[in-house]
Write a protein that binds this ligand. Structure first.
Ligand SMILES: Nc1ncnc2c1ncn2[C@@H]1O[C@H](COP(=O)(O)OP(=O)(O)OP(=O)(O)O)[C@@H](O)[C@H]1O
Ligand SMILES: [Mg+2]
Length: 257
């Protein structure tokens, strides 16, 4: 089982979109995938065709000590989803205190789920350092940083490198981290320049670019991933290519002695 954390320092860059679509794409490529929502926004499920009335999730299951298995649901996308769940403010605070007190909470609970040996768990996180991002980084075998082709996003990359160095580097089982540049508009010279600067700075660590594509945001309105929504979308092609890169990279890590 491998845990892939999807993170960013800045908000609204497309983490949840990328997490949902990589999950669906990796499922298409034959992997067993669990998409896990570690963000109180509880929005990952909206991309994956799950029952909108369902309030269950890992926060409620943790507080009630009922185990996570019953909170996992299968959406129309075919991917298993573990939503964050809906909690009131007092319960959210109690839940966050629990996570703060138990730094290995995510890894321990995922190991306890008894997933198939070759499963992939993609973890969506809220933006910036938080108890949620710490849990995700502390458990991750691989980290995907999502960034935009803008100066503000580019300026946060050293902060992400620092967090990854603190929580991941040198830890047993940790493979690597890499970047996806999202919402790229090739008609804008600034986007092209920042993509170039990012490629120069990060080289092989750039998984790929995902273009700004209306069908990606439209898919969410239909409660679907972009992969399932528009077979001809540029965003879909980009996300499939990123998933292929990630699948190959994880397979390579397995192949190493
Ligand atoms: N490649 C893309 N093309 C067009 N729209 C996109 C693309 N990626 C994301 N979006 C849109 O950008 C918005 C923000 O995306 P998303 O919610 O995935 O970001 P996020 O990083 O998870 O945000 P938060 O930090 O609040 O968790 C959404 O409306 C989404 O549909
Ligand atoms: Mg999000």
């Amino acid at each position: 089982m491998k845990i892939i954390a999807i993170v960013s320092a800045k908000g609204g860059v497309g983490k949840t979109t990328v997490c949902a679509n990589l999950s669906v794409a990796l499922r298409h490529f034959g992997k067993a995938v669990l998409a896990l929502d570690l963000d109180p926004q509880n929005a990952l499920r909206l991309h994956l065709g799950t029952d909108l009335q369902n309030i269950e999730g890992l926060s409620r299951a943790t507080l009630a000590r009922t185990g996570w298995r019953h909170a996992c649901v299968q959406g129309r996308s075919g991917v298993y989803v573990l939503p964050f769940g809906m909690v009131n403010e007092a319960d959210r605070q109690a839940f966050e205190r629990r996570l703060d007190a138990e730094p290995d909470w995510l890894a321990r609970n995922l190991n306890g789920l008894g997933l198939a040996e070759n499963s992939l768990v993609l973890v969506d996180t809220p933006p910036g350092p938080s108890v949620y991002m710490r849990q995700a980084l502390a458990a991750a075998h691989f980290v995907v940083v999502v960034s935009l082709a803008d100066a503000a996003s580019y300026a946060t990359l050293p902060m992400m490198e620092g967090l990854i160095a603190s929580y991941c580097k040198g830890r047993m089982g940790f493979i690597d981290h890499a970047y996806i540049v999202n919402q790229v508009d090739r008609a804008r010279q600034l986007d092209k320049d920042i993509v170039q600067v990012t490629r120069n700075a990060l080289g092989e660590r750039v998984i790929g670019l995902v273009h700004q594509d209306q069908s990606v945001s439209e898919a969410l309105a239909y409660g679907l991933s972009a992969i399932d929504h528009d077979p001809h979308g540029q965003g879909r092609q980009d996300l499939l290519a990123c998933a292929q890169w990630l699948g190959r990279r994880l397979d390579q890590a397995d192949a190493r002695p």
